[in-house]
Write a protein that binds this ligand. Sequence first.
Ligand code: ADP
Length: 191
Amino acid sequence: MNIIFFGPPGAGKGTQAKIIEDKYGLKQLSTGDMLRAEVSEGTELGLQAKEIMDRGELVSDEIVIGMIAARVDSPECSKGVIFDGFPRTEAQAAALDAMLVERGQKIDMVLELLVDDEALVARIEKRALEEGRSDDNIEALKNRLAQYRSYSAEVLPYYRAQGDVPAVDGMKPIDEVTAQIESIFASQEAA
Ligand code: ADP
């Protein structure tokens, strides 16, 4: 089963992905986490990406598609993947579809996590104190939210053209959000 968690920065995609990963034996692939790992390892790619990430802009399709392509065949991904923070452009979505088709697979579900902007800002301010991410500051965040509005208007219609994109109320407590996600899984399995 291959799933996409789609939603703005701070929506809780990573939190939910980790819970679902453990329960269903899926593998979370977060392009944001992969990029931060490249930055902290000081790789060439990390050096290229850091400034762009710190501004809250999108790194190139080529880079993120390459990172995903390098991982989908790993044994950890054999039961399926939770894509978190990817795809963020139509080109990324199309590349992902092509990658999966080559492997006789597809995206089985796209979930949209909905959270108010005000709550997002509060969550990211809290995370800034806890984790110290260099893009968790008000300027970069404003830009990330603006980017989100723009790329969601590109990516959501792409998936809606393929089928339903159920929405999850991400304002609820963590366990209730998980319960909503699991009930969507169950209803899709029954369909
Ligand atoms: P968030 O969703 O909280 O903004 P992420 O950890 O998912 O944070 O991503 C952090 C940054 O990494 C983004 O602002 C962007 O610069 C870069 N990034 C992550 N995924 C992608 C992607 N699929 N395409 C382009 N840039 C990406």
